[in-house]
Design a protein around this ligand. Structure first.
Ligand code: ATP
Length: 230
């Protein structure tokens, strides 16, 4: 089963067409970059995938959910299966890393305390942040916070991760580490879609390249071998 299947989709923001005739299929384990100018629709495309923006026309499926008929009460179920790494979903500043992660587990129906602790430990280990679980977010650097955001996105073993400019505010080395984590996650079978302005990453972390341009999604390359950048 494809992770995302869009056919002839149109995406509007306040009655203004942002993207049209979007035909896009994302398969498990695919690592996809979305590039394009400021305001070209990268975030809007990703937001449509977690039902933040409605799909006005066309056919759109994400995992087993049909976005065109999705009921409001199904949205949390869909989001539980997607890891979201977005500026709009920062860590809660009033609680520790551990409590941030626990909050998500509780909100998504986990009950067994030992299982919850084990899962928190696993995801923190995965992003190299095991020793930071009792830190408050403000005690962490931007890169460390972003790693925790990724750990949080991994909690429910998502089949899809949507990341919007995950390296935006980071220095190049820390940014590289973040892309490396996401790329490794894709190698283990999770589809990752990452909007970015910096597609130089492609050299180091091969993937599929889509461009938002002139209200369309253009496939620049679908070759996961090492690619030449512009
Ligand atoms: N909340 C909103 N309400 C109405 N229009 C919006 C909203 N957010 C974005 N838009 C419009 O939708 C279009 C696409 O914006 P979007 O944020 O998807 O672009 P982007 O490619 O992600 O840009 P950036 O590189 O700046 O993140 C722009 O014309 C923008 O003005």
């Amino acid at each position: 089963m494809s992770i995302v299947k869009y056919e002839n989709v149109e995406i509007l923001r306040k009655e203004h067409v942002v993207l049209k005739s979007v035909n896009l299929t994302i398969e498990p384990g695919q690592f996809t970059y979305i590039i394009g100018k400021v305001g070209s629709g990268k975030s809007s495309l990703l937001k449509s995938m977690y039902a933040e923006i409605p799909i006005e026309s066309g056919e759109a499926k994400v995992l087993e959910y049909d976005l065109t008929t999705l009921k409001r009460k199904q949205i949390p179920m869909l989001r539980r299966e997607i890891g979201i790494v977005f500026q709009d979903f920062q860590l809660l500043t009033d609680r520790t890393v551990y409590d941030n992660l626990m909050f998500v587990l509780q909100a998504t129906g986990w009950k067994d305390k030992t299982e919850m602790d084990d899962r928190i430990e696993e995801v923190l280990k995965e992003v190299g942040m095991l020793t930071k679980s009792y830190k408050m977010p403000h005690e962490l650097s931007g890169g460390e916070q972003q790693r925790i955001v990724i750990a949080r996105a991994l909690l429910n073993k998502p089949k899809l991760i949507l990341a919007d400019e995950p390296t935006g505010n980071l220095d190049p080395d820390t940014g590289e580490q973040i892309v490396r984590y996401l790329h490794d996650i894709a190698k283990e079978g999770t589809a990752v879609i990452m909007a970015t302005h910096n597609f130089a990453w492609l050299e180091q972390f091969p993937g599929r390249l889509l461009r938002c341009s002139d209200k369309h999604i253009v496939e620049e390359s679908n070759n996961e071998e090492k690619l030449e950048c512009e």
